[in-house]
Design a binder for this molecule. Structure first.
Ligand code: ZN
Length: 263
């Protein structure tokens, strides 16, 4: 029957929150989502909790999610499934269904945080494993060129249309109010985009992502500002693709009558 267990990886930090959530879904055999870093103590705890493992799924290949997969595969014999498989891993594609331990997980491509990002939906139970596309607290970093804000927003919309009941994120707590949280995530990104456009509209001078971030993210801890500047850049690139913003030497201005490079 369906069960979900969390084993928290020992890698807390400003972007990983309490650490990476390794999810164990179903039993005999279980599915493991995101083994996390290659820390034998953590991975032994995963095996102890999981019992037999039928498949190891990766939401994406970032260092806080994927490196433990090889160790776990070697110690369980389970295949590692990913959107862009590395050596020894197998490819899974959008729309595939992985069945093990009494649970069916539907694979949902969710590029944006990373181009190879996947989410996994247990349709019958309404459980959605969101990786870093949606966290249990705070917001996800979208860092170009890997990160793509337009793709990220499309992925959030796609997840919302799945109407999940509960979110199991890559970091942070389980989200019981899934529809509201997904709506808030979308609204938050729209708000940041408006803030970027408004900040560009206040001055005629083209501005850098770092300058915009220190204005928009005023009051945030300094250690988060470099990542905030990357997310601002992701918004700027989306706006540039839409013809709303122009770029010159990594400085950005509004296009059109108020832009600095129109005469
Ligand atoms: Zn992560």
């Amino acid at each position: 029957m369906g069960r979900v267990l969390r084993i928290l990886a020992p890698n807390p930090g400003p972007f990983t929150l309490e650490g990476t959530n390794t999810w164990i879904v179903g039993a005999d055999p279980a599915i493991v989502i995101d083994p996390g870093p290659s820390e034998p103590q953590h991975l032994e705890a995963v095996i102890d909790a999981a019992g037999s493992v039928g498949a190891i799924l990766l939401t994406h290949h970032h260092l806080d999610h994927a490196p433990g997969a090889a160790w776990l595969a070697a110690h369980t014999g389970a295949p590692v499934l990913a959107a862009r498989p590395e050596l020894g891993e197998r490819e899974v594609v959008d729309g595939a269904v992985i069945e093990a331990g009494g649970v069916s997980l539907h694979v949902v491509a969710t590029p944006g945080h990373a181009p190879d990002h996947l989410a996994f939906l247990a349709e019958h139970e309404g459980w959605l494993f969101t990786g870093d596309t949606v966290l249990g607290r705070g917001t996800s970093v979208v860092d170009p060129p890997e990160g793509d804000m337009a793709a990220y927003l499309r992925s959030l919309e796609a997840l919302r249309e799945l109407r999940p009941r509960r979110l199991y994120p890559g970091h942070g707590p389980v989200v019981e109010r899934a529809p509201e949280w997904l709506a808030e995530y979308l609204e938050h990104r729209r708000m940041r985009e408006r803030q970027v456009v408004d900040a560009l509209g206040r001055t005629k001078e083209p501005r850098s992502p770092a300058e915009l971030a220190s204005e928009i993210y005023a009051g945030y801890p300094d250690e988060l500002l470099p990542a905030a500047a990357r997310t601002v850049l992701a918004h700027l690139q989306k706006l540039q693709d839409e013809g709303i913003v122009t770029e010159d030497h990594q400085r950005f201005a509004l296009a059109g009558p108020r832009g600095s490079n129109t005469t």
